[in-house]
Ligand binder design. Structure first.
Ligand code: ATP
Ligand code: FE2
Length: 335
């Protein structure tokens, strides 16, 4: 039974995950930078990772009850992400691979969000709605790659939500609190809705929403913001679903936790004869398990990364090779 160890370090979380070939999760250890206000400072994240990374690694091996010699593949997130954060994880992975003569596999972080979602929801060939802090993309497998069928032209939806939260004095991450306020809202305020073909833009909505706070109760503002932002995402998802004719819709990334969003997606999917799924919340945010699992799929398909390959902060999901996925039902990869 092959065992893969994955290192995640693209942004605010340093995670080590260990999985086996059947998709069993043997270990999941993480440490995260929690900025009190504002965004993540890349250098602070890298500092935390270099101070705590070794401890996270040892905790993971202990949790899994394996020694490093029992691991068959060392996987790490090679991009996209913040340079200083990425490099800390890469150093750990390269060291382990070199020191213990293990194969090394660099994984695309977005692809890993997709693969862990597929594994845990047992979806086979979904249209993926990837909504995190920095990313907002509608993705599906076509012709050997995960293709992007729609995306934000400016900010990622999670960052929009957190920026709105900051204006309201809500600490990071603001999503859950804004969702709670929105549930109490009753009146729909007129806010700009920006869909351009199959893409989205959020800055106009963000500016108008912040302005609306001066005149309307916070509950109504949050309610209206969610209705508009999620309707925009649902519209482009519906367009991609019609185009790709996929039968499953899979929500991944931290914003996928939102119940109102889930409800809108489910209604839309149902109307189109598709089923909708949400990645389990424990694995929605960044973690080493998704890297370990994707690294194992890549390894079994023959992919390897040299010790000299640099990290790539701008590595797009549609640039990644994914030979383990087959047309119409690449499946979760579980035999
Ligand atoms: P990336 O994958 O781009 O590196 P990230 O790791 O920062 O981004 P995630 O951890 O996937 O992002 O998601 C975090 C985001 O999810 C935050 O912006 C947070 O506000 C948002 N979020 C969390 N819970 C909810 C919720 N219930 N409703 C809406 N947004 C939410
Ligand atoms: Fe992420």
């Amino acid at each position: 039974m092959l065992v893969s160890l994955g290192v995640e370090s693209t942004a605010h979380t340093f995670g080590i995950g260990i999985v086996d070939e059947k998709g069993s999760i043997l270990a999941d250890q993480r440490v995260s930078l929690r900025p009190k206000e504002g965004g993540i400072l890349p250098r602070e994240a890298a500092k935390l990772f270099s101070e705590r990374g070794a401890e996270v690694l040892f905790r993971a091996l202990e949790e899994a009850g394996v020694g490093i010699e029992d691991v068959d593949v060392i996987s790490f997130a090679i991009g996209p992400g913040l340079g200083p954060s990425l490099r800390t994880g890469a150093v750990v992975a390269r060291y382990l691979a070199r020191r213990y003569s293990k194969p090394l596999v660099g994984v695309n972080h977005g692809v890993a969000h997709i693969e862990i979602g597929k594994l845990l929801t047992e979806t086979r060939d979904p249209l993926v709605v990837y909504l995190s802090g920095a990313n907002t993309q509608i993705i599906a497998y076509e012709n050997g790659r995960y293709r992007v069928f729609g995306e934000t032209l400016d900010m990622g939806l999670g960052n929009v939500i957190d920026t709105l939260g900051r204006a309201m004095g809500i600490p990071f991450p603001a999503g859950p609190k804004i969702e709670e306020l929105a549930r109490k809202g009753k009146n729909l305020i007129d806010l700009p809705y920006t869909v351009k073909g199959s893409d989205l833009a959020f800055t106009g909505l963000l500016t108008a929403t912040k302005k609306a706070l001066e005149k309307h109760p916070a509950e109504d503002v949050c309610f209206s913001f969610q209705e508009v932002a999620f309707a925009m995402v649902t519209e482009v998802t519906e367009r991609a679903l019609a185009h790709t004719e996929k039968e499953e819709v899979l929500l991944v990334g931290g914003v996928a936790a939102n119940k109102r969003l889930q409800e809108m997606m489910e209604t839309m999917a149902k109307e189109r004869g598709a089923r909708s799924y949400v990645v389990p919340m424990k694995y929605a945010a960044d973690n080493g398990v998704m890297i370990a699992w994707t690294g194992l799929l890549a390894y079994k398909s023959g992919l390897r990364t040299s010790l000299h390959e640099p990290v790539n902060p701008y590595f797009r999901v549609d640039q990644a090779e994914i030979p383990w996925v087959k047309e119409r039902g690449g499946g979760s990869g579980v035999p």
